[in-house]
Design a protein. Structure first.
Length: 118
């Protein structure tokens, strides 16, 4: 299988553990470790996508924003996790503002500023 499910059965067991809230912290750590240890930079967004999805389901939104900012903010809206929406939901418009500033996205930066002030 593809990362993070290359070790098929253990990875799926950890994924389900997160969803069922059984040893959730340990299971989340499995996906964090997979992301940290992945040598192929092209696979990291896929790993991050799975981790962000799980973190959002667990309402660990601050961590989801941090991982998303690092690995997913460059992917655009073709992925089903919208970084803008994640930041909005987490109340982390500061992270959105910083990412858009780092990207040189003046419109996105201004949008984040306006959302933050409203």
């Amino acid at each position: 299988g593809d990362p993070p499910f290359d070790d098929f059965y253990p990875a799926h067991a950890k994924f389900l553990s997160v969803l069922l809230d059984r040893n959730r912290d340990s299971a989340l750590q499995y996906f964090r470790d997979k992301l940290d240890q992945e040598p192929d930079e092209q696979d990291k967004p896929v790993l991050a996508y799975v981790l962000v999805d799980l973190l959002m389901r667990c309402e660990k939104l601050d961590e989801a924003v941090e991982v998303g900012a690092k690995y997913l903010s460059q992917l655009g809206e073709e992925v089903s996790i919208s970084f803008d929406e994640l930041c909005q939901k987490a109340g982390r418009l500061d992270a959105l503002q910083q990412v858009r500033k780092d990207q040189g996205d003046l419109v996105g930066f201004a949008s984040a500023l306006l959302r933050k002030s409203s």
